[in-house]
Design a protein around this ligand. Sequence first.
Ligand SMILES: Nc1ncnc2c1ncn2[C@@H]1O[C@H](COP(=O)(O)OP(=O)(O)OP(=O)(O)O)[C@@H](O)[C@H]1O
Length: 265
Amino acid sequence: MNDMTGTGLHTGTTVAKISARGVQVHYGTTHALKDVDVDILDRAVTAFIGPSGCGKSTFLRCLNRMNDTVASAKVSGRILLEGEDIYDARVDPVQLRAKVGMVFQKPNPFPKSIYDNVAFGPRIHGLTRNKGELDQIVESSLRRAALWGEVKDRLDSPGTGLSGGQQQRLCIARAIATSPEVLLMDEPCSALDPIATAQVEELIDELRSSFSVVIVTHSMQQAARVSQKTAFFHLGHLVEYGETAEIFTNPKDPRTEAYITGRIG
Ligand SMILES: Nc1ncnc2c1ncn2[C@@H]1O[C@H](COP(=O)(O)OP(=O)(O)OP(=O)(O)O)[C@@H](O)[C@H]1O
C-alpha cells in the first residue's frame, strides 16, 4: 500500500527515493511517455530496459529535469524526490542536478585537468571552505570511483587524456563529488570495452550502498547483473516494474516476455 504523505513514499519495508505519478512527455506532437507511475528505491540499482525509442532515456531525463533543456519537450505529472516535487517553480534545476547526478553514454570529461573535472561541482555549488577540503572531496570521489590509484600522480593532466573506461569513471567521480542522492546513468557502458564495462559494473554495485542508482541499458545481461529492480518500457508505457530476478524469470506481461526472449526489440 502506497502512502504519498511525509518525506518519502513507503512501499512495504522500503522507502522510495523518487516517486513518479502520471508522468507524460510530449516532444511537439510525439507522445513519448504515457502516464508513468513508479517508485524508485533508495540504495538500490534500478534498470530501465526496453526496445529503442520506448522512452527510457526520456523518463531518465525527467528525473533531473534534463528535458528542460529540450525546447519541444513538455513534461506533466508529478515527480517527488523524498516527497518534494522537483517540478515545483521554487526548485532550481541546477541545485536539483547536484542532488540527482547524471552520467552519459559517451564519457564527456571537461577539457580541464582530472582534478578540475572532479572539483567542478563542489566549486560551483560552494561546498568547500578551503583547498584542503576540496582536495579531500577530489580524493574521496576518485577513490569511490575506483580511479584514484590510476591517476593520483597526474591529477594535473587533462581528463581527456585518459582511456575511455577511465574517462567514464572520471565522469562518475565528477557526478558523485557533489554528494548526490540519486545517480542517473544513461547507457554508461555502451562506449566501453568488456574490461572497462566490468569495472564500471563493479563500481555501480558499490555505489548502491550510498545512492539510489538508475541505469538505462540495452543489455539485458547487464540489467540482470547490476540491478535489483527492473522497469520494462514499451511504446512510451511502463509495462512492468519489479524485482529484477522476477522480471527475467517470471514476467507477468506478455510484452515483457516477448522482449526478454528476443521476440521484440
Ligand atoms: N529531443 C527530442 N526531440 C524529439 N523527439 C524526441 C527527442 N528525444 C526523444 N524523442 C522521441 O521520443 C521517443 C522516446 O525516445 P527515447 O530516446 O526516450 O527512447 P529510448 O528508449 O531511450 O531509446 P534508445 O534506446 O534508442 O536510446 C522516440 O520516439 C524519440 O524519437
